[in-house]
Design a protein. Structure first.
Ligand SMILES: NC(=O)C1=CN([C@@H]2O[C@H](COP(=O)(O)OP(=O)(O)OC[C@H]3O[C@@H](n4cnc5c(N)ncnc54)[C@H](OP(=O)(O)O)[C@@H]3O)[C@@H](O)[C@H]2O)C=CC1
Ligand SMILES: O=C(O)C1=N[C@H](C(=O)O)C[C@H](O)C1
Length: 245
C-alpha cells in the first residue's frame, strides 16, 4: 500500500518505521518546510493519507486530502469541533475518514472498560469521578484528546454527570479533567472514582509511541479502498464484540 504522511514529527516518523516493517511504501512526507508539495496531484500517488500535525492545521489538511478523494486516517487532537465537517466532506467526496483521539489498542480497550465502570456507578452515587492525564511538555492541546474521549464515555453512561470541565472547582454534575505536562511522558490517563470509604482507579500508561503508530497503520490498512466514516472500534472489531450485550 502507498501511504502519504502529512506531519512528519514524532508520530510521522514512528508511523513511517512501522508502515515500512509491514511492507508499505511511504510515497509522500509533508512537514512545514515542504508544504508546497502538499498538492492534490501528489496525493493521487497515495492509497491513504495518515495525518498527524497539530490542532491549528489539522482541519485544513484533512479537507485538502478528502477533497482530493484520498482516504484519511487522522490522529491530530484538539480540533474536535471540526470533525463533523470532515465526516461530511468524506461522504461528499466518496472517500473514507477515520479519526481517533488515540490509536493504541490498549487505550481502545481502556475506553470500553471506562464505559462499563461508568455504567456500574449509576447505582453507587457515593462515588465522584475525575480524569487525569499526563503528557510531554511539547504537547500543544490540553486536555488531551484521549482524556476528552474518556470523559465523553463517562457522560454517555453515568447519568449524574452532565459535562466535563478543566476547572478544579467543579460542580457535582461535572467531570473534572486535570492535565499535567512533564518532560518525555508519552501519555498516561487515569480515571479515578473516590468515596469516603475507598477509591477505584483505572490507569493506562503508554511506555512509548509504538502503540499509537501501530494502531494508525492498522487503521490505514482498514480504510484503504473504502468509503465512509469509521472509528477504531471498526478496525479492532469491537462493534461486533459488543453487539447485543
Ligand atoms: N491519536 C493518537 O493516537 C495520537 C495523537 N497525537 C497527536 O498527533 C499530533 C502530532 O503529534 P506529534 O507527532 O507528537 O507532533 P510533532 O510536533 O512532533 O509533529 C508535528 C508535525 O506536523 C508538521 N506540521 C506542522 N504544521 C504543518 C502544516 N501546516 N502542514 C504540514 N505539516 C505540518 C510539523 O512539521 P515541522 O516540524 O516542519 O513544523 C511536524 O512534522 C498532535 O495533535 C498529537 O496530539 C499524538 C500521539 C498519538
Ligand atoms: O500529543 C501526544 O503525544 C498524544 N496525544 C493524544 C491525545 O491528545 O490524547 C494521544 C496520546 O495520548 C499522545
Amino acid at each position: 500500500m502507498n501511504i502519504a504522511l502529512v506531519g512528519y514529527g514524532k508520530m510521522g516518523k514512528a508511523i513511517e518505521r512501522i508502515a515500512q516493517e509491514r511492507g508499505h511504501d511511504i510515497v509522500l512526507k509533508i512537514a512545514t518546510a515542504n508544504r508546497h508539495e502538499f498538492t492534490a496531484e501528489n496525493l493521487q500517488r497515495a492509497d491513504v493519507v495518515i495525518e498527524f500535525t497539530n490542532p491549528e492545521v489539522a482541519k485544513e489538511n484533512v479537507e485538502i486530502c478528502l477533497k482530493a478523494g484520498v482516504p484519511v486516517v487522522c490522529g491530530s487532537t484538539g480540533w474536535n469541533e471540526g470533525l463533523s465537517h470532515a465526516e461530511y466532506t468524506a461522504v461528499e467526496n466518496k472517500t473514507a475518514f477515520l479519526w481517533a483521539s488515540n490509536f493504541s489498542v490498549g487505550v481502545n480497550l481502556f475506553f470500553e472498560l471506562n464505559k462499563q465502570l461508568a455504567r456500574l456507578m449509576n447505582d453507587h452515587g457515593e462515588y465522584n469521578v475525575n480524569v487525569e492525564e499526563t503528557h510531554h511538555t511539547q504537547k500543544k492541546d490540553a486536555p488531551s484528546g484521549t482524556a476528552i474521549t474518556i470523559a465523553e464515555g463517562i457522560l454517555d453512561h453515568l447519568e449524574r454527570k452532565t459535562r466535563w470541565t478543566k476547572e478544579t472547582e467543579e460542580k457535582p454534575e461535572d467531570i473534572a479533567i486535570v492535565a499535567h505536562r512533564i518532560e518525555n511522558i508519552p501519555g498516561t490517563h487515569v480515571v479515578k472514582y473516590t468515596s469516603d470509604i475507598d477509591d477505584i482507579e483505572i490507569t493506562h500508561t503508554a511506555h512509548n509511541r509504538e502503540g499509537f503508530a501501530k494502531g494508525a497503520v492498522l487503521a490505514a490498512e482498514f480504510v484503504a479502498g473504502k468509503q465512509g466514516v469509521f472509528t477504531m472500534k471498526d478496525v479492532l472489531g469491537l462493534n461486533r464484540m459488543f453487539e447485543g450485550k
